[in-house]
Write a protein that binds this ligand. Structure first.
Ligand code: ADP
Ligand code: ADP
Length: 226
């Protein structure tokens, strides 16, 4: 396992848009950190830089003791869960979950063991042969999480993973994500614009605004009434 450290991290997009303006933050090993703030405040850009899906314009991102600025996404030991699930439509649930492990040349019996274990934890064992289009939104979101779990990464990154689900399912999945994170003890960074989600999930809550951190603390510190 590993914590994540950001040191004056910046992102300047083409056209001189400064989306992230020198963010410094320590996320402890095994903890759950939520980045919250209005649309356009830079949350997703920050997460994508940690994931390696965006280049870093300035500063340093560390996973454990390792500076990952120049490290390819596949070599960062992270797994990301997206809002649109990013499942491969032509592959079965099993193959979707196994895909990342196959790419890493994991032995077949080890892949099978990990996929089945994750499927059991997520209660999707009976859907392994189906295609994503044969699943409900909540089931697809579980498969997306399964794909992250099987990798046994040091860090989970979540980019608004529940925003396509209806209200009831969001509450249910929120509880499941929290339970999973606790059980696996994986350092997690979660982006949302939903304050209730942020409050229920986080150990550390980071409020962003205009590319900067506005407030950091436990949920009760951040949302304490003056
Ligand atoms: P959030 O996730 O908080 O909604 P984003 O990180 O998506 O915010 O965006 C932060 C800022 O960067 C916004 O002003 C957005 O328009 C801009 N931005 C995001 N992606 C790009 C891009 N690929 N090129 C240029 N500007 C971008
Ligand atoms: P995996 O995570 O399955 O090993 P990669 O390493 O190729 O696959 O992908 C890196 C990240 O990009 C992963 O977090 C994965 O979920 C995401 N990803 C994979 N395929 C897509 C896609 N078609 N669209 C968007 N994101 C994707």
């Amino acid at each position: 396992m590993a914590g994540v450290t950001l040191d004056t991290v910046r992102k300047i997009y083409a056209g001189n848009v400064e989306a992230v303006k020198g963010v410094s933050l320590g996320i402890e090993d095994g903890s759950f950190c939520v980045l919250v703030g209005p649309s356009g405040c830079g949350k997703s850009t920050l997460l994508r830089m940690i994931a390696g899906l965006e280049t870093i314009s300035g500063g340093e991102v560390k996973i454990g003791d390792r500076v990952v600025n120049q490290v390819e996404p596949a070599d960062r030991d992270i797994a990301m869960v997206f809002q649109n699930y990013a499942l491969y439509p032509h592959m079965s649930v099993y193959d979707n979950m196994a895909y990342g492990l196959k790419n890493r040349k994991t032995p077949k019996d080890e892949i099978e063991k990990r996929v089945k274990e994750a499927a059991r934890i997520l209660a999707i064992e009976s859907f392994l042969a189906r295609k994503p289009r044969q699943l409900s939104g909540g089931q697809r979101q579980r498969v997306a999480m399964g794909r992250a779990i099987v990798r046994k990464p040091q860090v989970f990154l979540f980019d608004e993973p529940l925003s396509n689900l209806d209200a009831k399912l969001r509450v249910q999945m929120r509880v499941e994500i929290k339970r999973l994170q606790r059980a696996l003890g994986v350092t997690s960074i979660y982006v949302t614009h939903d304050q209730v989600e942020a409050m229920t999930l986080s150990d550390k809550l980071v409020v962003m605004s205009g590319g900067q951190i506005e407030q950091v603390g436990t949920p009760s510190e951040v949302y304490r009434r003056p």
